[in-house]
Design a protein around this ligand. Structure first.
Ligand code: ZN
Length: 185
């Protein structure tokens, strides 16, 4: 459960910690504002991916389904800083497909948690395998990490790419090639 009162207290301490005066006018409502914002940003903690992934339709066709450029925003668990970018998801149906908005909703659920990009990539692939049970899944996430671009090595615009392949995508180079070609079109 998200405890907004605890978040408020913590943000107050954080402001003191950086040498601010939490009672000054501009900051007076900040702890409350941040607590409400965090409840939204981390709403995926309490959301269950089996809900969107349970909405399936039967199909005969078993050709690749690709949903690309799904925008997401998440928070890095090492620095509590945002990372954001695009997700691309392909799967080969085994008699069932999802409504397209359900892939985006699944990405959103995993993004709205403290995350590591690699872990999020795997979680999306595993959830699809578990709830949709397709013949294979391929997930690519490309993201810019504020903890890299705003501080430390400061490389604005650099993107981290992570890939997870499951089922028949795992050892089928032809299928993977087709996925990458479809991504570029
Ligand atoms: Zn980080």
């Amino acid at each position: 459960m998200i405890d907004q009162e605890k978040i408020k207290r913590a943000v107050g301490l954080l402001l003191e910690g950086i040498g601010e005066e939490p009672s000054r006018e501009g900051l007076r409502d900040t702890p409350d504002r941040v607590a409400r914002m965090y409840a939204e940003i981390f709403s995926g903690m309490e959301a269950d991916p089996s809900v969107p992934l349970g909405k399936v339709f039967s199909v005969q066709n078993s050709d690749m389904v690709l949903e690309k450029d799904i925008t997401f925003y998440s928070m890095c668990e090492h620095h509590l800083m945002p990372f954001y970018g695009k997700a691309h998801i392909a799967y080969i149906p085994d008699g069932k497909v999802l409504g397209l908005s359900k892939l985006a909703r699944t990405v959103e659920i995993y993004a709205a948690r403290l995350q590591l990009q690699e872990q999020m990539t795997e979680q999306i692939a595993d959830a699809l395998m578990e709830y949709l049970a397709p013949r294979g899944v391929m997930v690519i996430l490309e993201a810019e990490h504020m903890c890299m671009t705003m501080r430390g090595v400061k490389k604005p615009g650099s993107r981290t790419v992570s890939i997870a392949a499951r089922g028949i995508f795992e050892d089928n180079a032809l299928l993977q090639d087709r996925f990458f070609r479809m991504l570029r079109t």
